[in-house]
Write a protein that binds this ligand. Structure first.
Ligand code: SF4
Length: 361
């Protein structure tokens, strides 16, 4: 085989000028990027797809058009707007970061990677992306798309996550001072639209000549990945408690930990064993006579990054006197079904609500 050529960043930029994606947070050619929009989109895009992020981004930007406006918002409002996007620590960090930028940096995002890294919720990838895209400064931006493109262009066979450091070093070799923001977005666009995970469209690719994986016929097999560990399954029981006017009982989760500060249908802790129902009911937020509980058919299933979750649902109507007692407690709130959209309910709890309503309670 002839010696492989080196991929030329200029070829990729020329392709980008013709095929760039139009995204709501992206400046058009000739426009200056808005650091607030770039930061907001990059936080939302962590572990989430472009399609899922678009409506959230548009809503956030119209409700809070500046970083100062977001900093002045209540955390509950931010969590409620975020509900459904998942990984809720991001929303809490988003709010914390807006406050720091508004209060300590006069509403102006710092321009260096080091200063950005010091802000809540900003890791190495996000700091590099903001530096390159918002400020037009050279930075090595490496996300999953970039890793895939590098692994293929250079035919890196070492599996992820071990290969991360070498893929970043290869990405750094190609990163130039010329149009760093466009270059970063060009590699990501190439990965998202042409060098796709399953069947890359090599005939459309500006790097098809230098691409070693294409020459070797192994493009679709790269990047290789170390086998994933089995995710354990945890189990819990939710308590769907209804007041005589139809309102249901919600509880705020502890600030720290999974889904921190979000609202939930009260439940037992989640653990690996099946719950014995008499023990599970000792975790109910209100004591209800055993005969008043009704087990709803079916199980609500949800998958988090590190485990699967199976939730059974027990339902009961409670007297207004008992409802009044628990409603006065901190962290509990009674919410009417038509106002659940105002509550910061994460996706798993929205599934519980849907399930309880579907099985006809
Ligand atoms: Fe990806 Fe194919 Fe382009 Fe190689 S030639 S970078 S495999 S799309």
């Amino acid at each position: 085989m002839a010696a492989a050529q080196t991929p030329n960043p200029q070829d990729l930029l020329a392709w980008y000028d013709r095929h760039r994606r139009r995204l709501p947070w992206r400046a058009l050619p000739g426009e200056t990027a808005d650091p607030y929009a770039v930061w907001l989109s990059e936080i939302m895009l962590q572990q989430t797809t472009v399609t899922a992020v678009k409506p959230y981004f548009v809503r956030f930007l119209s409700r809070w058009p500046t970083v100062e406006a977001l900093a002045a918002a209540g955390l509950d409002d931010v969590l409620t707007e975020w509900a459904g996007l998942g990984y809720y620590a991001r929303a809490r960090n988003l709010h914390a970061c807006a406050k720091v930028v508004a209060e300590k940096h006069d509403g102006v995002f710092p321009k260096t990677e080091d200063a950005l890294l010091a802000l809540p919720g900003i890791g190495a990838y996000t700091a590099a992306a903001i530096t390159a895209i918002a400020f037009g400064r050279k930075a090595v931006v490496v996300d999953g798309n970039v890793e895939r493109v590098m692994a293929r262009v250079y035919a890196v066979e070492e599996p992820l996550p071990k290969a991360k450091a070498s893929l970043k070093a290869l990405a750094a070799e190609l990163t130039q001072d010329h149009r760093p923001g466009d270059y970063a977005q060009a590699v990501m666009d190439l990965g998202a639209t042409v060098c796709t995970p399953k069947s890359p469209s090599c005939v459309l690719c500006p790097w098809q000549e230098p691409c070693r994986a294409r020459h070797l016929g192994i493009a679709s097999d790269l990047p290789r990945r170390a086998p994933k560990k089995e995710r354990p399954t945890r189990r819990g029981v939710c308590f769907w408690l209804t007041r005589s006017d139809g309102a249901i009982l919600l509880r705020r989760r502890p600030e720290k930990g999974l889904l921190g500060g979000m609202m939930e249908i009260p439940s037992t802790p989640w653990h690996n064993d099946q719950w014995a129902m008499d023990i599970a009911k000792t975790h109910a937020p209100v004591s209800v006579a055993p005969t008043k509980w009704r087990s709803l058919d079916g199980i609500v299933m949800h998958t988090f990054t590190h485990f699967h979750l199976e939730l059974e649902v027990e339902a009961a109507l409670i007297t207004d006197k008992r409802a009044g007692a628990v409603g006065g407690e901190k962290d509990f709130v009674w919410a009417h079904l038509d106002a659940l959209g105002d509550q910061a309910l994460p996706s798993v709890m929205r599934k519980v609500v849907k399930h309880a309503l579907k099985v006809g309670y």
